[in-house]
Write a protein that binds this ligand. Sequence first.
Ligand code: GDP
Length: 459
Amino acid sequence: TNKPYASKHRHILNNIEEFWFYVQSEVRKLKKSNAVDVDKILDLTSQFKRSLMTDMEELGTLAGGDTLAERQNRRLGELVQARLRHIQNPRDCKTARKVSCQINWACGFGCQLHHVTYCLIIAYATNRTLVLDSTGWNYHSGGWEEMFEPLSQTCRTATEGSVIYWPDHKPDKQIIKLASQTYSLSGPGFIPRAVPQDIAQELIHGEPIVWWVGQIVKYIFKPNAKVRAMLSHHAQQIGFSHPVVGVHIRRTDKGSEAAPHPIHEYMRHVEEYYAQLSLQVNVTERKVYVATDEKGVIMEIRQKYPAYTILGDASTVEAASSDRRYSTAGLLGIITDLYFLSHSDYLVCTFSSQICRIAYELLNTDHRDASLNFKSLDDIWFFAGQRDNIQLAVLDHTPQTADQIELRVGDEVKPAGNHWDGFSRGTNLRTNRHGLYPSFKVISRVETYKFPTYPEVKL
Ligand code: GDP
């Protein structure tokens, strides 16, 4: 498989977007001076960008790299799932080494699901079985299996055996217990952003860490037969079909943590997605699946954007309200929204929300590389409690203004965020200077770790 080609191809696609962000943003500033017909420039640069993106897509298909990469990634995904089934189903539960985790503390479903993800990564890294204790669950007193497939067929208790508490993970003790939602920043090398080395070597993907976290989430987030039946019924009712863009609008209690965004900021990206897509296929209906915790949002979009078919209904919104979400209805609501968001073709949301990040992680477990199929209105993707995200400069940069920083090829940069206007903000670890730099002059460094390779697991 042609990994360098795929990586270069994706890099160019990304840079076309970065270039376009930059031009758009600069020209919008110009518009204020009223001297030129700025709208014409904005319109033509958008057409220019869409045409280039389409050419790149076609180039990828011509080179045949896509199908090869897809086959390779699908096999790797199946391999990881098989390894997880293997560690989760030990022959003798009594003597099996375990990781014991709980989900009965008060945080949202996304936060809990990511905590279980963290636990399963520890289990995979230490060749143990994850045992999930969901008694006293704030979303459902009946526990995890009321909604989801059990994480194991053979081993669901960790009541006997010697115990140590995470981040201690000595191999001689039978059970590693995670006492609470404490992420270990100084933890061992296998916590995110580390990707298993044997997988990273073969994976052809723009964000290997997202793919890896997605595979773990995929193993955990498996609605049971009852919920699956409800989901397929719901899909028929709302007319869920492709192409469709998933939009998550997170408001209510999130206000203190992240700035709320008006509807048009989300819909701008939906419009762009469909403008781009119509160059490639004949789009007859512009469908948008809207998930939100704020009443009135779906109605507002329907009113303001009559050219779009807005999927989503008031019942999940009702159940998502801050005072009602911790209930069976609230749980069904968030499972439904996560399911449809993660089965959309493209996502528009805020990565400050765990729900948005989980939808993106799951989106990337499909065989296609969906690492560019999103717009986050705020953060870049991250895993809570992750080790440093490091970018590498691939081009030199001489600051143009006082708020920009210098880059030299090979510099390590710790990003704080992407402003999605062509610039990112971060700290150059060589100079220790903090400021803005053009996003296209860096690439993300992929962190790897020698996880067990489970040679006994064959596909
Ligand atoms: P975060 O706070 O957005 O990072 O995500 P959490 O999952 O930790 O907490 C938010 C919780 O609010 C979710 O788990 C849901 O219970 C509820 N919620 C937020 N947004 C939505 C939504 O779009 N749909 C539904 N059904 N529930 C939501």
